[in-house]
Design a protein around this ligand. Structure first.
Ligand SMILES: [Zn+2]
Length: 396
């Protein structure tokens, strides 16, 4: 049966590539993707029941199997990035946004899987729901869909969830994942030190926030090394610093601040990091007679793959493509992904798929989110076959 699904998906490749390239030319940003949604709906509307999002441009396709059984969820994200494309491909975007993370491929794979599954309704032992989700790139699209009850459109919560992600700098057609933590919980740390301004010639009459901010910035990496287990990593990287005015050197400003991106791989470390940073920041500021505030927000949860779901991924990839096409990744990656929110509700797995163009060295290829990232869409048939087969396997 698996072989024939692959044949069916492979035969669809030219139409999936057309769809992907069409979507590539109309990239949209965030939670509102009207043109993208319209294009996707044009492909899936007759395949099952559609439930549209209430406050965002999401769609859930519900394919009902002819035989009774549980529900399985597949997910395709749809949003692009505010990146000006510079790939030189003949279907490049010109509207100031770019599908630089390959979500155009995810939509085409989701549509391909939907067509395969809809054509096999007679043998489906249950239902498949496919999430076409906006706002993956830090806009909480998955969380909004969950809040709007997208998980229960079939009448029961899915027993399994699967998602795929392409990478422009992974070898073409190679798949990889792992049981347990696969992707980080990403968050933001904002620190503001408040003092009192004055003349730079008499710093003892003011409370200089810049020198205190400097102490805090050097203390944080030390705190991370000394207070966290090195085998459950914590990454804190400062991305901006703001204080004073470049027009003058003799003014002590009133406040100084920085923002850092944070990556952790356990809830325990997220909670500890918040606590330890607050302790450290306020004690350093107090030590100099100033005050400081800390804001810590988490954009994504830790993405945790279910062990059984990963065993299914290994089995299905081996059956479809041979065992050499799947790598069991030795460690998680530090990127964040809101499919993590779905996996907190439904056990399942997220799988990476290489889409580095042939002839390009994947170790030096432009990575996802680069304005030069090129994704080879010859993988669309394989991706559609993998998603469809995982759904069928979970139902049988
Ligand atoms: Zn992405």
């Amino acid at each position: 049966m698996s072989q024939s699904i692959l044949d069916q998906a492979t035969a669809m490749l030219p139409e999936l590539q057309d769809l992907r390239r069409k979507l590539h030319q109309i990239p949209e940003f965030g939670l509102s993707l009207p043109k993208t949604l319209e294009t996707v709906l044009g492909e899936i509307s007759d395949l099952g029941e559609i439930t549209l999002g209430k406050s965002i441009t999401s769609a859930v396709l519900h394919i009902k199997g002819d035989l009774p059984g549980p529900t399985v969820l597949l997910r395709a994200d749809m949003d692009a990035l505010a990146v000006i494309e510079n790939t030189g491909v003949n279907f490049a975007s010109t509207n100031g946004y770019m599908h630089a993370c390959g979500h155009d491929l995810h939509m085409a794979m989701g549509v391909g899987a939907a067509k395969v599954l809809a054509s096999r309704k007679a043998e489906l032992k249950g239902d498949v729901i496919i999430f076409f989700q906006p706002g993956e790139e830090g806009h909480h699209g998955a969380d909004v869909m969950i809040e709007e009850d997208a998980l229960i459109v079939s009448g029961s919560k899915p027993i399994r969830a699967y998602g795929l992600h392409v990478f422009s700098s992974y070898p073409l057609g190679m798949m990889g994942s792992r049981a347990g933590a696969l992707m980080a919980s990403a968050g933001d740390l904002l620190v503001t030190v408040s003092g009192s301004g004055g003349h730079g010639s008499m710093p003892w009459l003011s409370k200089d926030p810049i020198s205190v901010l400097n102490e805090i910035m050097s203390a944080i990496p030390t705190m991370v090394t000394k207070r966290f287990n090195a085998f459950d990593p914590v990454i804190v990287n400062i991305g901006w610093v703001r204080a004073g005015d470049t027009a003058t050197t003799n003014v002590i400003p009133e406040t100084a601040s920085f923002g850092a991106t944070v990556r952790v791989f356990s809830d325990e470390n997220a909670n500890k990091l918040k606590l330890y940073t607050q302790e450290l920041v306020s004690s350093i500021a107090e030590g100099f007679g100033l005050t400081a505030s800390v804001e810590f927000t988490r954009a994504t949860k830790v993405l945790i793959n279910d062990e059984q779901a990963i065993a299914s991924v290994e089995k299905v990839t081996a059956e479809l493509f041979g065992p050499a096409r799947y790598i069991n990744l030795p460690a998680p990656i530090a990127g964040g992904e809101d499919f993590a929110s779905i996996l907190q509700e439904v056990p399942g797995a997220f799988v990476f798929m290489g889409a580095c163009p042939p002839g390009v060295d994947h170790t030096s290829a432009a990575t996802n989110h680069s304005n030069k990232a090129v994704f080879d869409d010859s993988v669309l048939g394989d991706g559609a076959a993998l998603l469809a087969t995982l759904a069928i396997e979970a139902l049988s």
